[in-house]
Design a protein. Structure first.
Length: 93
């Protein structure tokens, strides 16, 4: 199962991550073209697992404010992630 998402999540300037079974995998981690991927699977996909992806992003975030403010910040971040994840990647020339 894959939602078809690709993006830049592993430090490259080109799309180097792909969604496989709801997790992001590093497309540069195979030993040979078409080989098995060795790195990834620990980051949720921002398109099909948005809630888990935002939770992963917010883990390193110093949560301040009351519960209402934290929920509002999480919802705002989820909207931004969904918008960015559904837009097709920009073509580089």
């Amino acid at each position: 199962m894959s939602c078809g998402y690709t993006g830049r999540h592993f430090g490259a300037t080109y799309p180097d991550a792909a969604c496989i079974d709801g997790e992001l995998w590093d497309l540069d981690s195979c030993d040979e073209p078409g080989g098995a991927l060795h790195s990834g699977g620990d980051i949720p996909c921002p398109r099909c697992n948005t809630r888990e992806y935002v939770g992963c992003l917010m883990d390193g975030y110093d949560a301040s404010g009351n519960a209402r403010q934290r929920r509002r910040a999480r919802r705002t971040l989820m909207r931004k992630v969904r918008t960015r994840a559904t837009c097709p990647p920009k073509e580089t020339t």
